[in-house]
Design a protein around this ligand. Structure first.
Ligand code: NAD
Length: 290
C-alpha cells in the first residue's frame, strides 16, 4: 500500500480524497490509502480523513505520496518540499508557473528516484478522444481554439498556464508547436481578460489559441479547424465514460508507482508536459511585453 496525503482541499483535493477512499476495485489505485490532508485553514475531518501538518507528512514513513491540489502559484514549493523528502508527487495541472522550475523539479524527482506526475484530465475526456479520432490522418491548414470561462480566481496565474489544458489539447492533436505572437487584453475593473496566442505547427500552419475570461462568460470551447478537404466547427459529442476523470488519472498515476507504465510512455509524457510549459512561458513573455 502507498500512504498518501492531499495538500489543499478545494474542488480537486476533495475529489482526490473521495477517489482514494473508494478506488476502482481491482485497479492499481486500490493500492493508495489516504492518511491525511494538509490545509492552511484549521479544518475538521473531511470524509473521515483528518488534517495533519506538512512537517508531519514529510517525516512520516507511512506516507509515500503527496497530491498537490492547491492554487497554481503554490504548486512549485509544495512539489519541491515533498520531492526533497523522497515522496512521490501527483500535481494538478499546471505543474509550475515556469518552464525552468518544472525542469528543475523533474531533475530532483529523478535524483530522488521518485515519480513526478502532472494530472491532465482533459486528455481523458470522451470529447477529446472523439475529436482526436475525428481528425486522425487529416492535414491541418489552419485552426482556432477559443475557450471562454468565468473570471480567474486569485493564485491561478497567467492564462497560458491556467489554461494549459487547452494548449495540451492542441499539442496532442497537432504535434509540437511554436509561438509566433501573443497579445493580452485586460479590463481588471470588470475582471475581464483575453489572451490570444498565434501558434505554428511544425509545417508552419497557423493555429490561434484564445483564452477569454469574464464573470458572465459561459464555460465552453469553440473550435474551427480547416483541413484539406473539410472544416470542423464542433467538438464531436460523446457520452461520458463510466469511470470519472480524476479516477482515471489516479489509476494512471498509481500504475506509474507500481511500474506498470513503460519508460517510453513516461518519456513521451514528460516531453509533452515540458513542451507545453515552455510554450506557455513564451506566450506570457510575448503577451506581457511592453
Ligand atoms: P479551489 O479554488 O477549489 O481550491 C484551490 C485552493 O484553495 C486549495 O488549496 C483549497 O484548499 C483552497 N481553498 C478552497 N476553499 C478555501 C477557503 N474557503 N479558504 C481558504 N482556502 C480555500 O481550486 P481547484 O479547482 O480545486 O483547483 C486546484 C488545482 O487543481 C489547480 O491547480 C487547478 O488547475 C487544478 N485542476 C482543477 C480541476 C477542477 O475540475 N477543479 C481540474 C483540473 C485541474
Amino acid at each position: 500500500m502507498w500512504g498518501a496525503v492531499v495538500v489543499g482541499v478545494g474542488t480537486a483535493g476533495c475529489v482526490r480524497i473521495r477517489d482514494m477512499l473508494v478506488p476502482l476495485p481491482g485497479s492499481p489505485a486500490a493500492n493508495l490509502s489516504v492518511k491525511g490532508f494538509i490545509s492552511r485553514r484549521s479544518l475538521d475531518p473531511h470524509q473521515g480523513v483528518s488534517q495533519i501538518s506538512a512537517e508531519e507528512a514529510v517525516t512520516r514513513e507511512d506516507i509515500h505520496v503527496a497530491f498537490v491540489c492547491t492554487e497554481n502559484v503554490l504548486h512549485e514549493d509544495n512539489i519541491r518540499t515533498f520531492l526533497q523528502a523522497g515522496k512521490h508527487v501527483c500535481v494538478e495541472y499546471p505543474m509550475t508557473m515556469s518552464y525552468r522550475a518544472a525542469v528543475e523539479l523533474w531533475d530532483l524527482a529523478q535524483k530522488k528516484g521518485v515519480t513526478l506526475h502532472e494530472e491532465h484530465i482533459e486528455l481523458l475526456t470522451e470529447d477529446f478522444k472523439a475529436l482526436k479520432r475525428e481528425i486522425q490522418g487529416k492535414i491541418l491548414q489552419e485552426g482556432t481554439l477559443h475557450f471562454t470561462g468565468g473570471a480567474l480566481k486569485p493564485g491561478f496565474g497567467f492564462q497560458a498556464f491556467s489554461g494549459i489544458a487547452r494548449l495540451t489539447w492542441l499539442v496532442e492533436l497537432f504535434g509540437d508547436l511554436s509561438v509566433a505572437a501573443a497579445t493580452m487584453e485586460e479590463d481588471s475593473g470588470n475582471n475581464y481578460s483575453k489572451m490570444t496566442a498565434k501558434l505554428l505547427t511544425s509545417d508552419n500552419r497557423p493555429l490561434t489559441w484564445i483564452e477569454e475570461r469574464g464573470p458572465s462568460l459561459p464555460r465552453t470551447k469553440n473550435i474551427n479547424f480547416h483541413f484539406e478537404t473539410y472544416t470542423l466547427t464542433q467538438i464531436p459529442a460523446a457520452p461520458r465514460g463510466d469511470v470519472g476523470l480524476f479516477m482515471q488519472d489516479l489509476i494512471h498515476f498509481s500504475a506509474k508507482l507500481t511500474g506498470q507504465v513503460s519508460a517510453e510512455e513516461l518519456h513521451k509524457e514528460k516531453t509533452r508536459v515540458l513542451h507545453c510549459l515552455e510554450l506557455a512561458e513564451r506566450i506570457q513573455q510575448l503577451a506581457l511585453k511592453k
